[in-house]
Design a protein around this ligand. Structure first.
Ligand code: FES
Ligand SMILES: [Fe+2]
Length: 423
């Protein structure tokens, strides 16, 4: 059931000790927000935007079978250098094109040799009579692709609604090189992965106070938090007092499923102007309960990292640690997948630090309803435009603390907003 126009019923607010018996029922997830398959409201919304589907580095001599938003597809680069994204099963009798032969132009099905161009047009039907017009009349299902930064993006929405490809100012940062970075799958729904992106308080607990310092000790200081809508989605502003210094960390959410954040290197030990080496991360659904995180990163060549080091998932982002380690020092992978395969919003008790999560879900829900009623979702780029200015940064300033703790918190919030919105 799609709860269009309303949200799933909220479970009772339990206020009875030893009261588990009273709240055993697990309601369904919010299908409107979380389902991604063809024809679902959420799936149709996500399909209106360009989505990365594979890294160019992974396109080799043989085709690659992939699954994106519940659709089985094959992706390849033909020998003339063009990338193609086709439905997996051959239009003739359904053999999987993952066994196809990549040619100078397009891909040849292994079974009866039909050849498909990257746009799905049939180039050859070698077993058919020479006079056959079948190849002029039939196409294999194909989606348009666009390559950028070492990623292959696909547009999987209605052909006549294809948007422009959005560029952000952080794609081109002086002194840094934009590189393909990590790709790692999580066995959970995409929405809870992106919930995490607008939930900065977890950086103090999950990544510092409760699990040991996973980034720098500065993350362990509790931040004053704020969130603001932007022309491309929204941002969080996390402002921490570290002695006489104030550290403002800003992360961006770019609708519908992208966010960018600064590297978790800031120790806030000295003043510095806005620094912006960023990781830009897409959460691309494989299906309702599995998601790819795919990243681009801005890298300072002076860091001396190899492409393999840049391409590896960060600490705790994937299942590359043992269960014993993950239990003792849980990180993002564990927190996000631990919310069930699909987090059940009806069982949540959202609190003051969840304002960003609430804003994020509203952006997604409004977008879903716009698409469902025949409109463009907000934040969709209709025509090509210059790079969009974004806010993501680390800035450290020297500001003496106020003696009154509440006044100091106000000072932090005001400082954070000024820095974040002043760009
Ligand atoms: S099944 Fe592909 S050519 Fe026959
Ligand atoms: Fe995190």
């Amino acid at each position: 059931m799609w709860y269009i126009g309303s949200m799933p019923p909220q479970n009772p607010f339990l206020n009875t000790p030893y009261g588990a018996y009273l709240v055993r029922e697990v309601p369904p997830p919010d299908d409107e927000l979380t389902r991604v398959g063809p024809g679902t409201p959420g799936g149709e919304y996500l399909r209106r935007f360009w989505q990365p589907v594979v890294f160019a580095r992974d396109l080799g001599e043989v085709p690659l079978r992939i699954r994106i938003m519940g659709e089985d597809l094959v992706v390849f680069r033909d020998k003339s250098g063009r990338a193609g994204l086709l439905q997996l099963h051959c239009a003739h009798r359904g053999t999987s094109l993952e066994y196809g032969l990549i040619g100078e132009r397009g891909i040849r099905c292994c079974y009866h040799g039909w050849v498909y161009d990257v746009d799905g047009r049939i180039l050859e039907t070698p077993g058919e009579p020479a006079a056959s017009t079948l190849k002029e009349r039939l196409c294999q299902g194909a989606y348009p692709v666009h390559e950028f930064g070492g990623l292959v993006f696909a547009y999987m929405g209605p052909p006549h609604k294809k948007p422009a490809f959005p560029l952000y100012d952080t794609f081109d940062l002086p002194g840094y090189t934009l590189m393909p970075a990590g790709k790692f799958a999580l066995p959970c729904n995409w929405l809870q992965i992106k919930d995490n992106a607008m939930d900065p308080v977890h950086t103090s607990f999950l990544h510092a106070i409760s699990s040991g310092y996973q980034f720098t000790p500065a993350f362990g200081a509790l931040a004053e938090l704020d969130w603001e809508e932007t022309p491309y989605g929204m941002m969080y502003i996390a402002t921490r007092r570290i002695g006489d210094l104030v550290w403002v960390r800003v992360a961006d959410f770019m609708a519908p499923n992208v966010h960018q954040f600064t590297r978790e290197l800031e120790d806030a030990t000295k003043e510095k102007p806005a620094s912006r080496p960023v990781v830009i991360r897409w959460a691309v659904p494989i299906d309702d309960t599995h998601t790819w995180n795919m990243e681009l990163a801005q890298v300072d060549p002076a860091w001396g990292f190899t492409p393999a080091q840049i391409g590896g998932p960060g600490f705790g982002q994937s299942d590359d640690r043992t269960y014993a380690e993950r239990q003792r020092h849980p990180a993002d992978y564990d927190a996000q997948t631990g919310q069930r395969e699909i987090a059940v919003h009806a069982l949540e008790h959202l609190a003051s630090t969840d304002r960003g999560v609430i804003m994020f879900r509203k952006i997604v829900r409004d977008g879903i309803r716009a698409v469902a009623t025949g409109r463009d979702p907000r934040f969709l780029l209709r025509t090509s435009a210059p790079p969009i200015p974004t806010a993501c940064q680390d800035t450290v300033l020297r500001i003496s603390p106020e003696s009154d703790p509440e006044a100091d918190k106000r000072l932090l919030r005001e400082t954070g907003r000024k820095i974040a919105l002043g760009r």
